[in-house]
Design a protein around this ligand. Structure first.
Ligand SMILES: *[C@@H]1O[C@H](CO)[C@@H](O)[C@H](O)[C@H]1NC(C)=O
Ligand SMILES: *[C@@H]1O[C@H](CO)[C@@H](O)[C@H](O)[C@H]1NC(C)=O
Length: 489
């Protein structure tokens, strides 16, 4: 679906820019290889296997035209300007995956890069964990891509490295799937940065957490669930996530034309001759049961019909599923025996095309309220992004989001009961069943009380700036790192 997206005039320049990045990267890797080959051992070979082979195949796929430059570099690899500092913070995360851990990791890196006061520390990043998504890379702002290539070039010697393994514990060394080992052997200090969406952590992950020197989690909810599951409480530290409140700032953007991006699945088109400027609900999620799309559809379709001036946009992408979301919605309606209202269905659109990272603020700007009736969240990035954009949000009052949802800054959605996870590796864990009744009530309420909704949205942005801005979170991370450094010397 994504690759057919025709509206990308910057694609060529993106490729050129990424080709530049990969050229530099390859030079660095070449230096790295020549340095390492004489003393090759198993771990290092594996390192090279898992980092370089995918890169090489990607480079030849995307940047084939540029191979001469890659093989015959005109510029030598540059040394890090700050070689004098003898400590290095190596942040290993799926920086190119476009998923949840990826955007979180970026939020820390951007914050640290701009605001870190720990001057005797070099910062380096390395791809680790989930696989790469070239389209995500191309959708990043140029500044971020430049920064990425700079930080990739900064080398950390293991013995001077504080390593952050920012991924699910299954990716930590020894990884349960193919990825770069984290922490690299002989690292000085290893921090696991992770989170989870249910009421507990499975024994394998507990073991992996306890093998780290320290474990960072984003919320009190995680401190509590990890401790209860057996993670050593003396290793657990809450380090909240940053939200880029300057990038996600509503005054800087005009709305994206979302009707033109969406596929109408139910109800009447909200564009066209009799368009009525409807109230726009937006939800952003991967198509998985955990996200509560069933709760959302049920509530919305029961509460509204075509006589309400309302429309629901679902920005979604597949999660171990095919992409025919329209069919899935129609099937769901059929299976759950929802009765078609006499006036006809309220409108539902699905957006399943790729939205570049740079366009996300404009997406939120096009909505009047954001909804995510999830059964469990680690943090809930789209929720905080919407809050930073001053949108009133309705989100389940359980798990990660309890760190930032309040009655004053949002509409916390109540939970009917806890339910068992019925599929997958976490079968038997518990998570929350958000209330359909309460969601129906809150959707109607937010639409009927625009002044209140607006003031909640403003409070939401204020809270994001006060508690989770890059500057504040950079400070939290720097202080933690400084504490570790103090103990080392
Ligand atoms: C690296 O990859 C090659 C070819 O795919 C394989 O033969 C070799 O065993 C791998 N080495 C390690 C250490 O994983
Ligand atoms: C949300 O849940 C917390 C407990 O986790 C509770 O103290 C709070 O009152 C709830 N808020 C609302 C609005 O239901």
């Amino acid at each position: 679906m994504n690759s057919k997206n025709p509206q990308n005039p910057t694609l060529r320049t993106s490729i050129l820019k990424s080709s530049c990045f990969f050229s530099i990267l390859l030079v660095v890797i070449a230096v790295f290889i020549s340095f390492i080959i004489p003393q090759t051992n198993y771990i290092k070979t594996q390192y090279l296997n898992s980092t370089i082979s995918p890169l090489l195949s990607r480079i030849s796929r995307v940047l084939g035209f540029n191979r001469a430059i890659i093989l015959n570099p005109s510029e030598p690899a540059t040394e890090s300007p700050n070689l004098l500092s003898n400590h290095c913070l190596l942040w290993m995360a799926p920086f190119l995956s476009g998923g949840g851990y990826c955007s979180e990791a970026w939020s820390y890196i951007l914050a640290l890069n701009q605001y870190s006061k720990t001057t005797n520390l070099r910062l380096s990043i390395w791809q680790h964990g989930d696989s790469d998504n070239l389209q995500f890379w191309e959708g990043l702002p140029l500044e971020m891509r430049k920064l990425a290539s700079e930080l990739y070039q900064t080398q950390c010697r293991p013995k001077e490295s504080i390593v952050i393994c920012h991924s699910e514990p299954g990716a930590w060394n020894p990884p349960l799937f193919q990825t770069t080992p984290c922490p690299p052997p002989n690292s000085r200090f290893a921090i696991g940065r992770t989170m989870f969406e249910t009421d507990r952590v499975n024994p394998e992950h507990v073991k992996r957490c306890n093998a780290m020197d320290m474990v960072w989690v984003p919320t009190e909810f995680h401190v509590s669930t990890f401790t209860k599951s057996g993670v050593d409480p003396s290793k657990l530290v809450k380090v909240v996530q940053a939200i880029d409140t300057e990038f996600f700032d509503p005054i800087k953007y005009t709305p994206l034309d979302i009707p033109s991006l969406g596929n109408l699945i139910l109800g009447a088109s909200s564009t066209g001759s009799n368009s009525r400027n409807p109230f726009v609900f937006l939800s952003v999620f991967k198509w998985e049961y955990r996200k509560g799309w069933d709760v959302l559809l049920q509530s919305y379709l029961k509460e509204f019909d075509s006589s309400d001036q309302v429309v629901l946009y679902l920005l979604t992408n597949p999660y171990h599923s095919d992409t025919n979301f329209g069919n899935k919605i129609l099937e769901f309606i059929h299976d759950s025996k929802l009765e078609k209202p006499i006036n006809g269905w309220a409108s539902v659109y699905v957006i399943d095309s790729h939205i570049a990272q740079v366009d996300f603020p404009r997406l939120y700007k096009a909505a009047d309220a954001f909804i995510l009736p999830s059964r469990g969240e680690g943090w809930g990035r789209p929720i905080v992004e919407a809050m930073a954009m001053s949108l009133p949000v309705i989100a389940t009052n359980w798990s990660g989001p309890t760190e930032y949802l309040t009655k004053v800054n949002s509409y916390p959605l109540s939970v009917d009961r806890m339910s068992e996870v019925i599929n997958g590796p976490f079968k038997g864990h518990l998570w929350a069943e958000p209330s359909v009744h309460n969601l129906m009530f809150l959707m109607r309420h937010v639409m009927s009380n625009p002044e209140e909704a607006k003031s909640k949205g403003e409070k939401a942005r204020q809270d994001m700036m006060d508690k989770f801005s890059p500057k504040i979170v950079a400070n939290i991370v720097s202080n933690q790192i400084q504490r570790i450094l103090d103990k080392m010397v």
